[in-house]
Design a protein around this ligand. Sequence first.
Ligand SMILES: Cc1cc2nc3c(=O)[nH]c(=O)nc-3n(C[C@H](O)[C@H](O)[C@H](O)COP(=O)(O)OP(=O)(O)OC[C@H]3O[C@@H](n4cnc5c(N)ncnc54)[C@H](O)[C@@H]3O)c2cc1C
Length: 490
Amino acid sequence: MVKPVTVIGGGLAGLSGAIRLARAGWDVDLFEQTGRLGGKMNEARQHGFRFDTGPSLLTMPFVIDELFSSAGFQRQELLTLAPLDPMCRYFFADGSRLDADSDTAKMEQAVAQLSPADRGRFVRFMAYSRAIYEATAEVFLFTPIHEWKKLLHKRHLPTLLKLPSIDAWRTVHSGVKRFFQDKRLVQLFDRYATYNGSNPYQAPATLNIIPYVEYELGGFYIKGGMYRLVEALEQTARALGVRIHLNQPAQEIITQNGRVAGVRVNGELVRTDRVLCNADVVTAFNQLLPGMSSERRKLNRLQPSLSGMVFLWGVQQRHAQLLHHNIFFSADYRREFEQIFRERLAPKDPTVYVAITSRFDADDAPAGAENWFVLVNMPYLCPGAAEPDVDSVRRSVLEKLRHNGFDLSGRISCETVITPRDLEQRYGGNRGSIYGISSNSRSMAFRRPANRSRAVRGLYFAGGACHPGGGIPLVLLSGRMAADLIIERE
Ligand SMILES: Cc1cc2nc3c(=O)[nH]c(=O)nc-3n(C[C@H](O)[C@H](O)[C@H](O)COP(=O)(O)OP(=O)(O)OC[C@H]3O[C@@H](n4cnc5c(N)ncnc54)[C@H](O)[C@@H]3O)c2cc1C
């Protein structure tokens, strides 16, 4: 008998879960509140420019390959992944630069050139980062750890025995500082904590797994733009029979006797006893599940991840000194994170990330121009705290770029701005967070909300705010885990 299931949200995690369920023979209806799939992974076009509006870097490509192949498709026929080499050009506050490369010899050389005293340290740091990956990935990335039976499976025993060595007692910053003397290198490797929206001065050093993921497993761009992944997922989902309903916001998950009984969508009742919810888990308990006060209180105590402000600029000039990915660091990284996470202010001297896909895909900008995606870390929204002022953030970004030799005065021909409030309102990201929950403490890093609700039977969660966390590969895995839990429980 075909079993029905309702998916709320057509972000990456919702699409991944829908594909897995449909492939297993389930009858899937997916309701997306906006007019487009993809959620935070999206795309904009303006005056001949094409922009990715969310992710610009893809890691762990094998997750995508597995997703498509388990659905009966070949990723290679749907998408072309392009390795990024060099991966990123770093501009430090003192005027020095480093090109980060996944080729270890090249990276070693770049590190030694920047800081001769740190010669040989990158290789040692990578061995440390790899050891954390080997000790944690199987359990923390690929297993729904809240399911005790799965966690305690004998396959995981060797991993569980290694857990004391995952460097969970230090912070990311103190873990990095053990390897590098030069402050610029410490800043560079501290930055990886922001890949899941966390503060390197608070998050456990276990997050030092991320450099291994990027340097050794590779960083990629998707030819034609990151949104091609969403289109490939949509094509796969439709081919497997998933019914996709756009502009259909879920307004309430209806429960009866502790079980899902239906979903109210756009004023209509959809009867269902299984829901895979890709809406942010905190937002879902705040807005879709009335009466769950103790669960809601618990979830609202978790600290959200970083938010961000994005400027999409059509720039009427080419810059040979820039790569596809570029970082302009602040002078005082610790101060930047104090302002963001403690004072809840837009940083006065922000670290600025610039991605220019037209360096790779010439069609993304008119001749002689470039499409700049500019991202600045911001505090998540807080009741009573002022929201970041777009004009003053723009001024500090332009000043930072000018200071580094890139004067854009009179060269920006079009602009779109995405604020923390937009991230909250468009996609339902709790308080405008980009990655869901931060990992700014051990408990938040290792015990994110589960993929199966304990409060409501038949309710499952997938997405950045729950296990295993934010970022493209992890939310795709999250969708897979939630779908597998649904399939196994029937
Ligand atoms: C500026 C920016 C840069 C980023 N850079 C990177 C990067 O370089 N690399 C990387 O790996 N990751 C990056 N990320 C993070 C990555 O985009 C996210 O982790 C991922 O896309 C989140 O997917 P998701 O499915 O969890 O959630 P979302 O994308 O938020 O999807 C949730 C979906 O559910 C829908 N929805 C919500 N509530 C309802 C409702 N009530 N009814 C119906 N539909 C609903 C939303 O509209 C949305 O479509 C970035 C994100 C941003 C914003």
